[in-house]
Structure formats: C-alpha cells, structure tokens
Design a protein around this ligand. Structure first.
Ligand code: B4P
Length: 190
C-alpha cells in the first residue's frame, strides 16, 4: 500500500495537492479538516464542538480526530493506499496512526512536507477567505494563531518521521503544477 502523509503549515497547499495526487496514484483522500467541516455542515454534536475551536484557529482534541480517521480506515478496506491531509497534527495523533495502520498490516510510506514562508501562507489564506466563507481564513490574528499552533504542536512531527527515515521536504512555493511535479518525483522513488 502507498500511505502518504501530506504535511505543512495552514495554507501550504495540502488540500490542493491532495486532489491531484489521489487522481494520479488512485488513493483515498482523508482530510480531517474536510471531515470536520462536514460535521459542522451537518450540525452534529461533534461538529458543534469542533466549530468553536476551529473558528479560533485552535486544534480539535486528539481523541476526536483519531476516532474519525479510525472509522474512515475501517470504511475503506479495499483501498490501494491513503493520503492523510492535515493529519496527524500532534505526536499523539502520529502514534495512534502508526498503531491503526499496524493493526491493518501496513504503515506510512512517507511524509511529504511542504515548505512555504509565513507571508505567503497569510496571503493565500486571506485570499481564500474572501470567497470561501471560512471564518478561520478571514482574520489575520486567527491565521497567526493557526501558524502558532502548527509551530508548537505540529512541526515537531517532522522529527518523528525523520527518525523513521520517512521525511521528504518539498518547496511549496511556485505554481501548483511545479509543486505537483516535485511531489511526483519523490513518490515515484518510493
Ligand atoms: P485544514 O482543513 O487542514 O486546513 P489548512 O491547514 O488551512 O489547509 P491546506 O494546507 O490544506 O490549504 P490549501 O491546500 O487548501 O484545517 C482547518 C482546521 O481544522 C485547523 O485549524 C484545526 O482547527 C482543524 N483540524 C484539522 N485537522 C485537525 C487535526 N488532525 N487535529 C486537530 N485539529 C484539526 O491551500 C490554501 C489556499 O492556498 C487555497 O486557497 C489554495 O487555492 C491556495 N494555494 C494552494 N497552493 C497554492 C500555490 N502553489 N500558489 C498559490 N496559492 C495556492
């Protein structure tokens, strides 16, 4: 199985590149951000809890997102592989993911980490906020909090995957097509 963690700060292009990778490699896309926004749209209890945190740019509790990923893995028993987009975001999530995959006799193939400067992230997210209606993309202080959460809780995961020799860092600035080619080059060597 090809199991990829697509990694990077908010606005790095994880969702954008995932959409291209799932087509090319025939993978199942698991985006915790998209799943949570689905729960919010459906006004579930989980969605209501998540909305308060997401609107401020805070992470949602580990047990919530781990439970969501676990059931999505169970629901796709015949997948050729998965793209994990926006998950894991903490060390607890990364360990839980390793355990869930081990139970299924598989593991993470690689972490692809997109590198983008903060000014570019802020520019992209504010631009998306103009049309998307996403509260967390509309206010520079909320975006700053998301980048802060990333630096404090999520960026250390690079060390976690590097210790397993699974980390590849990819330049995330430039055209969407050029970044996709860089990702494909790395994946084709796996
Ligand atoms: P996510 O939905 O994961 O959102 P993101 O980090 O903002 O997005 P991404 O990096 O995918 O950006 P995109 O490609 O869309 O998370 C939202 C919130 O959900 C979190 O803050 C948190 O509260 C919660 N959450 C999610 N997962 C969680 C977890 N595991 N644990 C706890 N909480 C969790 O790109 C952004 C914009 O840039 C787009 O408009 C795109 O068009 C543009 N863009 C992309 N590539 C570009 C390029 N090369 N050049 C110019 N623009 C580009």
């Amino acid at each position: 199985m090809l199991n990829l963690v697509l990694f990077g700060p908010p606005g790095a292009g994880k969702g954008t590149q995932s959409n291209l990778l799932i087509e090319r490699y025939n993978l199942v896309h698991l985006s915790t951000g998209d799943i949570l926004r689905g729960e919010i749209a459906d006004k579930t209890a989980l969605g209501l809890e998540a909305k308060t945190l997401m609107d401020k740019g805070n992470l949602v509790p580990d047990e919530v997102v781990i439970g969501m990923i676990s059931s999505k893995l169970d629901n796709n028993p015949n997948a050729k592989g998965f793209i994990f987009d926006g998950f894991p975001r903490t060390t607890a999530q990364a360990k839980a993911l390793d355990n869930l995959l081990e139970e299924k006799g598989t593991s993470i193939s690689a972490m692809l980490s997109l590198k983008v400067e903060d000014e570019e992230l802020i520019r992209r997210l504010l631009a998306r906020g103009e049309n998307s209606g996403r509260v967390d993309d509309q206010d520079e202080s909320i975006i700053a909090n998301r980048i802060n959460e990333y630096n404090n809780k999520t960026a250390p995961l690079k060390d976690y995957y590097s210790a397993q020799n699974k980390l590849s860092e990819i330049e995330g600035a430039g055209s969407i097509e050029n970044i996709a080619s860089r990702l494909n080059e790395v994946i084709d060597t796996l």
